[in-house]
Design a binder for this molecule. Structure first.
Ligand code: ADP
Ligand code: MG
Length: 511
């Protein structure tokens, strides 16, 4: 959970998060959005200008309407608001930033105003959130499905293979997770051509920005309350966003279910964050008692929240793998468990899109139809027809390895090159990837604000809808949509580094 965790830090039960929960961690800018915008690498974006396109979205931002003086006033207000409300990140130009709380802060990169988003699609994304939560839970109970779906991937991808090893150990020992906590974010883009809301991916581990999601929404609401008349915008059209408190509430309820008032919530972080536990520390200081209690540094742990553990970089040695296994073997509530983690892999996403697979997990036909409606085209690489198509028209596809955290996908001509390479090199490595239909969202005018300076640009957006799920055996305690985050990035691949690779936090304006 990167950034803006301030409301969590006040929760007394999180004993391991003292200092750095009030310190917004450093966020590499590239982390915000992951499509490479390097002009040599990125496929040309086939986007249509919002001014020329027939669309149900009216452009809310007519650049011509606003003089620089007015925009500067908005910028000033946004900067003051961000400073006062903790919409800030560590500024890497300060050496101590990131280790000393309160030193070297910079406002987070943001869109100055919310980006228009049709209300019907917003409703659709909210409506499917609890259905996706339930789906993840059901997949997590089907060990055979997880192992079988990922069996070929296992041979081609060492990281997935290690996760599967832990999963299979749990299956062998008949380990059951009675209390299951999922804090998810399902990401969507609105495909302009088909006019449909299509899922980019389902994140089941370490979903970033629930803290910032709420803050950027509140910033936009505040700006519209002050300047709405002049802008012609109504602050009420920016939907309320309680992502931070809803996630915190779900963690608190999981802690309650665990029912040990002395136990703490442990946040597992990457090594350059302080005052929480890294996987290596867990291996060093942790053990599981005979009754299953996880004890780390002498303290019983009720809930383990992973802010790391989703990329091979988080496992530089066997210690980290041992720690992951140790936690998994304990009775602590894991967010996520190994099964939830694997249920969020891209390979599973692709398996779910095959005919008949959703039916394995869901009975309700309406629910199945609602999920299926958001599925983009997804294929494995053992489909010769689709490989042929993708080699011919690589710009219509994205090639994805089994990785999280951004910067791993393959676009444009690189898709063709990689597919041809795989054809030459043989079958096995195929299974490390999936192919996905490329989604082309509408372009809209935005004011992007970073380092105190605004610039106008054309941008595309990705809506992430958070979902919280908590159950204890048969009792579903929470299953809800839990706020949202819009991420907006420039659609051009301008050179010079200023605009390139640059995305911002955003909220939505319903129209
Ligand atoms: P990660 O797990 O690394 O976040 P994603 O599947 O979310 O992987 O892809 C990263 C980014 O790539 C997304 O945020 C989105 O900007 C872009 N992207 C992914 N899939 C597609 C797609 N099918 N069409 C267009 N852009 C995509
Ligand atoms: Mg993603």
């Amino acid at each position: 959970m990167v950034g803006g965790c301030s409301s969590l830090s006040s929760s007394t039960f999180i004993a391991t998060t003292t200092l750095s929960s009030s310190l917004t961690p450093l966020i590499p800018r590239s982390f915000l959005f992951q499509t490479p915008l390097n002009p040599r690498k990125a496929a040309p974006l086939r986007c249509v200008s919002s001014l020329t396109m027939e669309s149900q979205q009216k452009p809310i931002l007519d650049f011509e309407k606003f003089d620089d003086g007015f925009v500067q006033k908005l910028v000033y207000d946004a900067l003051v608001w961000s400073s006062l409300h903790g919409l800030v990140v560590g500024d890497k130009t300060y050496q101590k930033s990131g280790t000393v709380p309160g030193v070297g802060m910079m406002h987070a990169p943001i869109a100055l105003l919310p980006t228009p988003f049709p209300e019907s699609y917003w409703n659709q994304a909210c409506e499917v959130a609890p259905i996706f939560n339930e789906l993840v839970d059901r997949i997590s109970l089907d060990g055979k499905f997880i192992q079988e779906s990922l069996s070929r991937t296992k041979k081609a991808d060492v990281f997935t293979s290690r996760l599967l090893d832990i999963h299979s150990k749990m299956l062998k020992s008949n380990k059951r997770e009675d209390i299951r906590l999922g804090l998810h974010r399902s990401d969507y883009m609105l495909d302009e051509e088909t006019k449909s809301l299509l899922q980019i991916e389902m994140n089941t581990i370490s979903c970033s920005f629930p803290g910032f999601g709420r803050l950027v929404t509140e910033l936009h609401q505040s700006l519209l309350r002050s300047h709405g008349d002049r802008l012609g915008l109504d602050s009420e059209r920016v939907p309320r966003n309680a992502s931070t408190s809803q996630f915190a509430d779900a963690m608190a309820k999981a802690w309650l279910e665990y029912n040990n008032p002395r136990a703490v919530v442990m946040v597992v972080v990457q090594p350059d964050e302080r005052n929480m536990k890294t996987l290596a520390e867990v291996e060093n200081e942790g053990r599981v008692q005979v009754d299953g209690t996880l004890v780390v540094g002498g303290q019983a742990v009720s809930v383990v929240y992973y802010r790391s553990g989703y990329t091979p970089r988080d496992y530089p040695s066997e210690s980290e793998w041992n720690a992951r296994l140790l936690i998994e073997q304990s009775s602590a509530v894991k967010c996520p468990s190994i099964a939830y983690h694997l249920a969020g892999t891209k390979k599973i996403q692709q398996e779910l899109a095959k005919p008949g697979v959703l039916e394995r997990f869901m009975d309700n036909k309406d629910d199945i139809a609602k999920l299926r409606k958001c599925f983009a085209g997804l294929w494995s690489l053992d489909d010769p027809e689709i490989i042929k198509k993708a080699i011919e028209k690589p710009e219509l596809f994205v090639m994805k390895p089994q990785r999280e955290g951004g910067g791993n996908n393959i676009y444009g001509d690189d898709v063709r090159e990689n597919l041809l390479r795989l054809q030459r090199e043989g079958e096995e490595e195929n299974a490390a990837y999936i192919l996905m239909q490329r989604i082309f969202p509408k372009v809209s005018n935005v004011f992007l604000l970073r380092e105190g300076v605004y610039h106008k640009d054309q941008a595309i957006s990705e809506l992430g809808v958070y979902g919280a799920y908590l159950r204890n055996k048969e009792r579903v305690i929470i299953n809800e949509q839990s706020g949202y985050l819009m991420r907006t990035k420039v659609s051009s691949s301008d050179e010079g580094g200023v605009a390139a690779g640059y995305a911002v936090l955003d909220s939505i304006y319903l129209n």
